[in-house]
Structures are given as structure tokens and as C-alpha cells.
Ligand binder design. Sequence first.
Ligand SMILES: *Cc1c(COP(=O)(O)O)cnc(C)c1O
Length: 388
Amino acid sequence: MKPITKAIRTRVEQTKEMEHSSPLFLTSSFCYTDAETMRAAFADEIDVNIYSRFSNPTVDEFVQRVCALEGAETGYATASGMSAVFASFMALMKQGDHLLSCNAIFGSTHTVITKILSKYGIDYTYVSATATAEEWKAAIQPNTKMIYLETPTNPGLDILDLQMISNIAKENNILLNVDNCFATPIGQRPIDFGADLVVHSATKWMDGQGRVLGGVVVGEEKLINEIYLFCRSTGPALSPFNAWVLSRSLETLDVRMERHSGNALYLAQQLENHPAITSLKYPFLASHPQHAIAKKQMYNGGGIVCFELKGGLESGKAFLNNLQMLTLTANLGDTRTIASHPASTTHAKLSEAERQAVNITPGLIRISVGLEHKEDILADIVQALEKC
Ligand SMILES: *Cc1c(COP(=O)(O)O)cnc(C)c1O
């Protein structure tokens, strides 16, 4: 079976009611018929549910579906993307270890790496999103335990070469952990290029409708087991209700991403030469600096388009103020198209130099392209650009 078929057809075991849609197991704990079965369950001698902080059938269905899509052995679902990222760090690194990452990563992940891991004696080094193989190799230390990266990066849309970095990780016996939130497993499967772990904020494209928070980490069984043991004691478990919502959403992820990326490519092509825009980035446009890498490792260009306004910071604010349909909100990966201006919002606390280092220019606009008709999305952007 193809991954999408397997994902759609994977479900919790049908109950005696013979329901077609998966039931929602909204329960904190599970029962035993007798003392001996309960003893065996707690002794890990039989594989049954105990408590929803450990496992829950609805949550497991969501995890198994993500595994089918990513080509992963197993996984664990968490309450948010950040708890998945954090658990993948804390379960697999210890005091004295070193993390190698890229400076173009999600803001809260940057905070975890620079401000929280340091409290536990875990050191880090960043390379740039466009670092060469030599630069990656030069940043490796004898105690480097993990390489962590995102591609495409947020919001710069740089593409990191998964095969190249995975080869370096393998040669040096380092784990490769990839945040695949932006591409989704429909757009890119990091495990096919040798990644050991894949983390997701399921809050974004996986949910796809801006309703619930969720996260998941998938990968090799022995690594996931460490993460599971960490999470079952520390408690970032995903709510069964959110898992039920997310699991239904995965059934349409393939068709949604096809339309999101189709709309995004159309917008990118139509806006590329607009006079109010100095540059526009989309991985599947020939003008993208890492277009060849994108074509090698991605099935589509994803749903995010970025462009730079000629007028800088003031134009960025004017653009947002003149939009009539597009939403101004912090989320991405929704049915509704979202516009954001990182320099005045998500990245406003950074210094000018820090923003420059991760390609966040004053006039940068990020569009999370929705499922509205492509001509309506374009029309709203064009009318707002005319007023910048
Ligand atoms: C949103 C996001 C996260 C964090 O996910 P939450 O579900 O908000 O905790 C991590 N990585 C990327 C790339 C994101 O966009």
C-alpha cells in the first residue's frame, strides 16, 4: 500500500458497534478483569493500555497514521509541537552532550536550545542555513550527540540538503532529528534520506484548520522508546480529543497539501515580478537559491510563500493593514490564507543583526497559503500591494 492509503486505512480496532468512523476513547485510564491481569500490565508483561499519559487507542491511531506517512517504525504524540521537540532533546541527550543546529529555526525551539538546554549542561553550536558540508563538519565536536534542523526554514524558506547532512551525521555517529512541520510528510520524508527522528507541530498543516495543538515524534523504535519512557513519567501526553481531531485531518492531508502547494506556486509565479516586491521566495520556483535541492528532496514546494517589500518596515505594516480577506494571526497551515510580518511581530525582539543573520529583512512578508480560490487570494494581495 502507498503511505496515504495506509494512513487512511489505519484505525483503532472496530468495536462491537461496528462503527465506520473511529471512536474517540476519551478516558484517563483502562480496566482489568482481575488482579493477575492488572499485575501483568504494570509489570510490562502484556501490551495493554494502563493510563492515557502512557498510551490511548485514539492517540495511537494518530501516531500510527503519522508513521505510515513518514515511513517510520513508531512514535509518540505530545500536547504540542514544542513538547515533541523538547522531549526529543531531553530523552536523548544528557549533561556534557553537544547539539549542532542551524540558526534558522522556530523561535521557541531557539529559546529551548539557547536558554533551557544550557541549564542542564547541554551545549550547542549553530551553522547558517546555507552552510556547506565543510562548515557542518567543522562544527562537529567529539561530544556532538544530535543534529537538529528544519527545512524549509521559517520564515526564510531556505532549503537544507537532507542527504548531505544525513551522510555527515552517519559518518560521525550523530543522531539526525528533523522538524518536518513546514513540508509535512506529503511534501518531504526525511527518513528516506536517513533522518533518525522526525518531529512535527501537528498544530499546523496536519490539523490544517487552526483548531487544536498537537505534536508528534516518529522514528526508530529504540530511540522512540527512550522518548516514550521520558514522556510517560514527565507527562506531555496528547489529549485523546485532540488526537481524534488530528487523526481525521490526516485523511485529507494529501489532497489539502496538493491544493495548498498548487495555490502557493500560482501566487509565487504571479507575484514574482510585481513592482512593489524586490524579491520573492518559493522552493519550487527556478529563482529559489536552493531550487535544485528542493527538487531533489521535496514532492511539492509547500504552502508558504515569502516576499520582500520595496518599502521595508513601514510597507510591511501598511501591507497588513490594507489586506481585506487574508487573516493576521500567528498560526500557519490553515484553510484560510494568513499573512505575517516577522520584523514587527514574531521576530521584533531580535536585534537588527540577529534578524539579518536569519534573513529576516524589514519588509519580509510570509504568506501561509490557504484553500480559498487562488484568484481571490491573489486579488487581495495585489490590492494591498498597490497601497504599500
Ligand atoms: C509551530 C511550530 C513549532 C511548535 O509547535 P507548537 O504546536 O506551536 O508547539 C515547531 N516547529 C515549527 C517549524 C513550527 O512552525
